[in-house]
Design a protein around this ligand. Structure first.
Ligand SMILES: C[S@@+](CC[C@H](N)C(=O)[O-])C[C@H]1O[C@@H](n2cnc3c(N)ncnc32)[C@H](O)[C@@H]1O
Length: 207
């Protein structure tokens, strides 16, 4: 991505390294909520928040790849929510909203030095060019036994990155896995992404 390009979904899906992700989101952070979220009718964060509440999720909950806080915005009225993200620039936007309890800069692909949580939520992070299924191992380590996970996974990425085989391999480490298909965007989205799908995966860490 050149410095003069406006970041977009195509540049996001093409990421191949941590450095790429830092550079992309450093450029994107300040236009993300309006230029992307509103303009594309990005509705995945609300869907994840709704699913977490509907499943009886409690706080404190960790928002993984919290970005500018679009998911937190739908949970912080009733729950304590922390966030973790690779991009301190994205988290700077989230911090300015003053809705999160704590925000941490960190990479979920490596072991996390974070407190224990009653739940873990995520939107837009398990997607093409971003985070694969093995990061879930690191998230299971910081969840309380019985902790509730609600993770959105881009449907193409789900297949390409081998999420089904990963979950098979988890066996009894998790319970009650369900998978609900949802549209990532509404009709405002560009034609080539309007019908993009994510799976909202809900499960608990074995107690
Ligand atoms: C498309 S944004 C989603 C942000 C927010 N959850 C939302 O739905 O608007 C993806 C976020 O994942 C973060 N991210 C990507 N790889 C990561 C990693 N390995 N560890 C932590 N955060 C990561 C990026 O920095 C970015 O803020």
């Amino acid at each position: 991505m050149g410095m003069s390009d406006i970041p977009n979904l195509r540049s996001a899906y093409d990421m191949t390294s941590e450095e790429d992700i830092h550079a992309l989101y450093r450029e994107w952070a300040h236009s993300y909520d309006v230029g992307f979220g509103d303009a594309q009718g990005y509705q995945l964060p609300q869907a994840v928040a709704r699913a977490y509440i509907a499943a009886g999720g409690k706080g404190p909950v960790l928002d993984v790849g919290a970005g500018t806080g679009l998911l937190g915005e739908h949970l912080t009225a009733t729950l304590d929510v922390d966030g973790v993200d690779l991009s301190s620039v994205m988290l700077g936007v989230a911090r300015s909203k003053q809705i999160y309890r704590d925000l941490y800069t960190g990479n979920i692909n490596v072991q996390l030095n974070l407190p224990q949580y009653m739940g873990i939520v995520s939107a837009g992070t398990f997607t093409l060019g971003h985070v694969g299924p093995t990061a879930i191992d690191n998230l299971l380590e910081i969840a309380e036994p019985g902790g509730l996970f609600v993770l959105a996974v881009n449907a193409v990425h789900y297949v390409d990155a081998g999420f089904a085989a990963y979950f098979d391999g988890l066996g009894a480490a998790i319970a009650g896995l369900t998978q609900v298909k949802t549209r990532i965007y509404d009709d405002r989205a560009d034609a080539d992404h309007r019908d993009d799908i994510a799976y909202i995966l809900t499960f608990t860490k074995a107690g």
